[in-house]
Design a protein around this ligand. Structure first.
Ligand code: GLN
Length: 558
């Protein structure tokens, strides 16, 4: 391929229409046509990365192998297109301004007035082109521009996109605009005006989109497509209808049926055969028509904001598809458990997951719910803070350290079974300073984790400051806790398990970040399998007794 082509995905009318899923779906279709595709998100906010934002502001922070803390849309890109991204794939206004201002201070622009055009726009263009050249050049770079057209802060990014189209020449750059065509119930009509206005906003800054992706709750009639096409200077067949679908993974199929990928390759002059979507279709079928349901409780702090747990939700969809079950998530606010007891919320679940988190609020509820499932032999999966809470619970209720806790929450602790990592003591800055990114981990061959992965060395992504305190290794392993995954130098505990439990695994890393549409994450897959088995074989009281006996026995030997 001679040179890369560029696709820009913009959004109009309202936010949250799913630009990330649209971009990922286009990525899937082009990848399946044999093209080398790279995806990039431009975020117009001034934060350097979303790592310092509250999940209520931003949703989940998606961590990459290289330790970059990025926008959750990068999670969709990786899950859909099965690529592994790097920090170059997420550009924020903060990064762009920081780079330009650092250069200005160094004197690189000596004599010049530093301005949005050309300095900021040049920096944005350089970051788009850098991606195209990476790894020996991509065929297509898909750049999603965050925000909604008309926002002041996304203007420099749109201007940079316009300049790229101009500089690269005709047929090199395609603009796809995602918009809303609302249904007005009282009029009984779909309304095209907001779309017309948002395309007019784009044209005012010199961008003429060639494709419109129209979100709507009713099908677009031929006359609606013609009307939109006429007002927006777009061929009616390039006005694509995207009705709400049951699963986000149907979106590539919806686009393909309407010929979107045919048009893209034709417009960009790319020679690429039809995609084979048969496997994609069969996984979507399994997601939509599962054999049975299992109920998994998620006990966390941000349960009212599902975007904070995006990758976990998706990982359960992938794991469900592989097990041919639908995972029904039961969201429980950890503070409610503290108030009303775990039984009130967890009675009918087949498994419990405690996700990652920060801060003390709700922690006692999490610990309480772990005790509930441990004692009842209900499958348990703890992630990051969830693993740390499992260690605290075990220390308190099995190893007899009644006041065990994490140093994250209380500094003056008798038993800080979770403590600050050695290299975190001197850290004072908040941005990008946790233990971030992929690290290797070695598994004990006699463990549930090894059964899941089927290999001894794994690599998983991390985002934390605290860890299992090695001073308590002997005590806790003596009390029956298994340390089944360690850093290769043996210094960091990465996985804990309770061997005589059906499935009780706590991991210091974030496995949800590596689950993909085609390949569910091994631990999620096995956790869902254990939950499905629990669903089919109701709890056995003898096992509960066994644990209680072990508990008493251990306490008397202390
Ligand atoms: N707050 C804990 C830590 O920093 C856990 C972090 C997480 O769950 N991502 O270690």
């Amino acid at each position: 391929m001679d040179k890369a082509r560029y696709i820009f995905v913009t959004g109009g009318v309202v936010s949250s229409l799913g630009k990330g899923i649209a971009s990922s779906s286009i990525g899937v279709l082009l990848t399946k046509r044999g093209l080398r595709v790279n995806l990039q998100k431009m975020d117009p906010y001034i934060n350097v990365d979303p790592g310092t934002m509250n999940p209520f502001q931003h949703g989940e922070v998606f961590v990459l192998d290289d330790g970059a803390e990025t926008d959750l849309d990068l999670g969709h890109y990786e899950r859909f297109t099965d690529v592994t991204l790097t920090r170059d794939n997420n550009v924020t206004a903060g990064q762009v301004y920081l780079a330009v201002i650092n250069r200005e201070r160094r004197g690189d622009y000596l004599g010049a007035t530093v301005q949005v055009i050309p300095h900021i726009t040049n920096e944005i263009k350089a970051r788009i082109r850098k991606l195209a050249q990476k790894d020996g050049c991509y065929d297509v770079v898909i750049t999603e521009i965050g925000g909604t057209v008309g926002d002041i802060e996304s203007l420099p990014f749109l201007e940079a996109a316009r300049q790229i189209a101009l500089e690269e020449g005709p047929g090199s750059t395609l603009f796809i605009h995602l918009t809303l065509v609302p249904w007005v119930e009282t009029a009984g009509e779909l309304k095209t005006k907001p779309t017309q206005h948002s395309v007019r906003d784009l044209r005012e800054i010199g961008i003429q989109p060639q494709v419109l992706l129209c979100r709507s709750v009713k099908p677009l009639s031929e006359s609606i497509r013609e009307k939109i096409g006429l007002f927006c200077s777009i061929a009616p067949k390039h006005v694509i209808e995207t009705l709400d679908v049951e699963s986000i993974y149907e979106v590539p199929l919806v686009y393909h049926e309407q010929g979107l990928d045919d048009y893209i390759v034709e417009f960009l002059g790319l020679d690429a055969p039809q995609p084979d979507l048969s496997e994609w279709q069969s996984i979507v079928q399994r997601i939509k028509k599962p054999e049975k349901h299992v109920r998994i409780g998620i006990c966390g702090k941000y349960v009212n904001l599902k975007d904070a747990y995006k990758s976990i939700i998706e990982a359960f969809i992938h794991a469900g598809a592989e097990n041919n079950v639908k995972v029904d998530l039961v969201w429980v606010a950890s503070e409610d458990i503290k108030a009303n007891g775990a039984g009130a919320y967890l009675q009918n679940i087949d498994g419990l997951l405690i996700p990652g988190g920060f801060g003390e609020r709700g922690v006692e509820g999490k610990i309480e719910s772990i005790r509930y499932v441990r004692e009842r032999n209900i499958p348990f999966f703890g992630i990051c803070l969830g693993m740390q809470c499992a260690v605290i619970e075990y220390a308190r209720n099995i190893a007899g350290l009644a006041d065990a806790h994490s140093f994250e929450f209380y500094r003056d602790l008798k038993h800080p079974v979770i403590h600050l990592m050695a290299d975190q003591h001197e850290v004072t800055e908040m941005g990008g300073t946790m233990r971030l990114g992929a690290f290797p981990c070695v598994l004990d061959e006699n463990s549930k984790s090894f059964e899941a992965y089927g290999q001894r060395q794994i690599s998983e992504r991390h985002r934390h400051r605290y860890e299992f305190n090695n001073r308590y290794r002997d005590l806790l392993t003596g009390a029956g806790l298994k340390l089944s995954g360690m850093s290769p130098d043996g210094k960091l505990v990465e996985i804990v398990e309770i061997p005589n439990h059906r499935w009780f695994v706590g991991v210091q890393f974030h496995p949800e970040l590596k689950s993909r549409f085609h390949t569910a994450h091994p631990l999620f897959r096995e956790f869902v399998k254990a939950a499905a088995q629990y669903h089919d074989n109701p709890p056995q009281p003898e096992l509960e007794l066994e644990t209680e006996e072990a508990e008493t026995e251990f306490k008397t030997t202390l």
